[in-house]
Design a protein around this ligand. Structure first.
Ligand code: DGJ
Length: 692
């Protein structure tokens, strides 16, 4: 809902529980008024009437109060917009009007030839913000920095706490909380992709929010390239969060006359339901507005990577497929190694045709075999990369990012294709379109296994634009492939969770959460991931014990399954070496997962206990059904476990436990808890409850 003040210079956007308000001064300064619990237009107008502090030579009266601080004038805070022409630098804008769109607001400003449009759209209680720049003048404009939004928090006496999801390869999205202090805290990626190091999300709470109580502000960026989010506590304790594409301010795009640039969306959410309430609102938002076909549950998949690594043969894949089908798997995915000369990571990337020795008649016979077994068929690709030892690179050594006179840095023996080039875009479109047309492929795991290092583009007058244009080309390619092959599902992978953000999630069906498939480490990774993203997109595999990929940890099949059942269940172990007993047990777990899948993938998530060493648990609620997944890392001193208090249930209702047949009152489950029988190390259980 959008309300506009009588003077046409105050705007109030409201969702079911929250409001966002802003206003324009007589001098066309755009001020932030309110973000938080629902207010009326009269409240916003009272705030708009409050005078700004007087001018003072050592501080800016605008800092910490503006919706979108530009560079120039009496401002010392970090600008969200920094532009220059050959003649001038910075922005002195004039208000040019506003439009109400179907579901949002557009505020237009001009500065000579540059048109700046700020967009606001309310999706339930999520405010989506982005900016469009249009060069309507004759001179070129260099955009040094154009953030998507600056978010302003209310002044609070208590001091703010910052939550972030930090990590590295195989250890992504680990939740860290720390007190915010004066100055700037910057997170981001200067690697060309979203990165394993931080998910583009922050949350701030001021008065000690807990999992289910208190005010929480969150911001998440929808961008899969280099990015930056800066949380600044200014000298007067005001807090602003500014974020967008690009890591530094050295140049994003150059707009020639008539050209435009649109920033990615930076979404903000206020919740007074604690961290759990905020997560549930983020999940609902993504399922409703971001993730394609989120109402359709994701199938149980098998992926051959950890079973075979590069040692792929059609016979071996057929045998794995036969075993996977017997477990109830619904989607069989051949990972890396099926194409070109790709028998190791040293060759073949870029040559997207089946390896003639491994698949003499192409992929169709294997795909047909998989389909005959009743499963969908998927493949792995890494289109943005090339091995120097490949036909593609031999034919087009200039198609990669490189700087003349400098070494071409190889990571994992590969270089990054310059996707900003039209010929590279066309090659990839033709190859991938043909691949999906030539064999009955239902699923594509799209990987990205190295960062940008030599982001040069010889011959291009403004080479740094490739950082942004690579992402646009990646999105355009995915969009085009999805449109041409609407039945094909896509997974975003980047050496595990290196490309997870709202931008890629709007065009992929799930993400590969981490290369770390150890079921214990995964609990912490999944705990962090769930702060922002729903289980519906969080792929999780059951792999071998001892764990081959990472740490050699030994764990039971039970523990591995219950850990992976918290997301989109997959199996990634070498089924050829699983015993008959393990296969029988696995079949039962897959069958159980299919029963609870709608509740896990579409339900509301309650994090009952974080994974800190002892008992941890999550609960999902959908309609009359609830599912609890609980894990015991290590029992100490033989102590019995305290009953697990559940959430999200109707206290007046009775619930039948499908595991025991016992009936429990909702109020008893909430206040006194559900008794659990977990013992020893790495034990786990699944409990299903149905309202009766
Ligand atoms: C990295 C991915 O995260 C793995 O799952 C696997 O697909 C390898 N790449 C293949 O090279």
């Amino acid at each position: 809902m959008l309300e506009i003040g009588g003077d046409g210079r105050t705007w109030l956007l409201s969702g079911p529980a929250s409001s966002y308000a802003l206003s324009l001064t007589e001098d066309d300064e755009l001020l932030h008024l309110h973000w938080g619990a629902r207010v009326d237009l009269a409240d916003a107008e009272e705030l708009a009437a409050r005078p700004l502090p007087p001018h003072w030579p050592f501080e800016s009266r605008l800092d910490g109060r503006e919706e979108y601080p530009v560079e120039g004038g009496a401002r010392f805070a970090r600008p969200a917009l920094s532009v220059r022409t050959d003649e001038v630098r910075g922005t002195e804008w004039a208000f040019a009007g506003y439009e109400v769109e179907d579901d949002g607001l557009r505020l237009r400003f001009t500065d000579h030839g540059l048109a700046v449009t700020l967009h606001y759209r309310m999706r339930d209680d999520v405010v989506e913000r982005w900016v469009t720049l249009a060069n309507d003048g004759p001179a070129a404009v260099e955009v040094l920095r154009a953030d998507s939004a600056t978010w302003t928090l209310p002044l609070r006496e208590e001091g703010w706490r910052l939550s972030q999801l930090h990590g590295r390869w195989a250890a992504e999205s680990r939740l860290v909380r720390s007190d915010l202090t004066y100055g700037e805290q910057v997170i981001g990626s200067r690697r060309g992709h979203t990165g394993h190091q931080h998910l583009p999300w922050v949350a701030l709470d001021a008065d000690g929010a807990t999992e289910e109580r208190g005010e929480v502000y969150g911001c998440a960026l929808g961008w899969s390239g280099t990015w930056r989010v800066c949380v600044a506590q200014l000298p007067d304790a005001r807090v602003q969060i500014t974020g967008g594409a690009g890591y530094d301010d050295s140049g994003l795009v150059r707009l020639e006359a008539g050209e435009t640039y649109t920033t990615p969306v930076f979404a903000g959410l206020w919740s007074d339901g604690g961290f759990g309430g905020a997560s549930r609102a983020w999940h609902a938002y993504q399922r409703a507005y971001v993730i394609p076909d989120a109402d359709r549950d994701r199938p149980v998949l098998y992926n051959s990577w950890e079973a075979t690594y590069f040692d792929i043969s059609e016979d071996r894949q057929r045998e794995l497929a036969r075993r996977a089908a017997s477990l109830g798997v619904e989607l069989f995915v051949v990972d890396d190694g099926w194409f070109g000369a790709r028998t190791s990571d040293r060759a073949g990337l870029g040559d997207w045709t089946p390896n003639p020795e491994r698949f003499p008649a192409g992929l169709t016979p294997l795909a047909d075999h998989v389909h005959a077994l009743g499963m969908q068929f998927g493949i792995w690709v890494e289109p943005e990369m090339v091995n120097p030892d490949s036909d593609l690179y031999r034919a087009h050594p200039d198609w990669v990012q490189y700087r003349p006179g400098r070494a071409r840095t190889e990571f994992r023996n590969q270089l990054v294709l310059n996707l900003a080039r039209a010929d590279v875009q066309e090659y990839l479109w033709e190859r991938l379109d043909a691949l999906l047309a030539d064999a009955p492929i239902d699923y594509v795991k799209w990987d990205f296994n190295r960062c940008f290092t030599d982001a040069g583009w010889p011959g291009e007058p403004y080479p740094q634009k490739l950082w942004v244009e690579h992402v646009h080309a990646f999105y355009a390619l995915l969009d085009r492939l999805r449109a041409a092959h609407p039945k094909v599902a896509f997974e975003s992978c980047s050496g595990g969770g290196g490309r997870i953000d709202l931008g890629v999630l709007s065009r992929t069906d799930q993400v590969w959460t981490s290369d770390n498939t150890d079921p214990l480490d995964r609990l912490a990774i999944q705990h962090g991931f769930s702060q922002l993203h729903p289980a519906r997109v969080m792929a999780a595999w059951v792999t071998d014990s001892p764990n081959t990929q990472l740490n050699g940890r030994v764990s039971s099949l039970r523990f591995r399954f219950v850990s992976a059942m918290a997301g989109v269940l997959g199996i990634g172990g070498d089924l050829a070496h699983w015993s008959e007993q393990e296969l029988v047990e696995a079949r039962d777990w897959v069958a159980l997962y299919k029963q609870i899948r709608p509740v896990v993938q579409r339900g509301d998530l309650y994090r009952l206990r974080p994974p800190t060493g002892g008992l941890s648990a999550v609960q999902y609620v959908l309609g009359d059904e609830a599912v609890v997944l609980a894990w015991l890392q290590a029992q100490r001193y033989g102590e019995p476990l305290a009953p697990l208090r559940l959430r999200g249930l109707d206290p007046a209702a009775a619930y039948e436990c499908r595991e025991t047949g016992e009936v429990h009152r909702g109020a008893v489950l909430a206040h006194h808890g559900l008794p659990l029988e977990l013992r020893g190390d790495l034990d786990a259980t699944v409990i299903r409850l149905r309202r009766i």
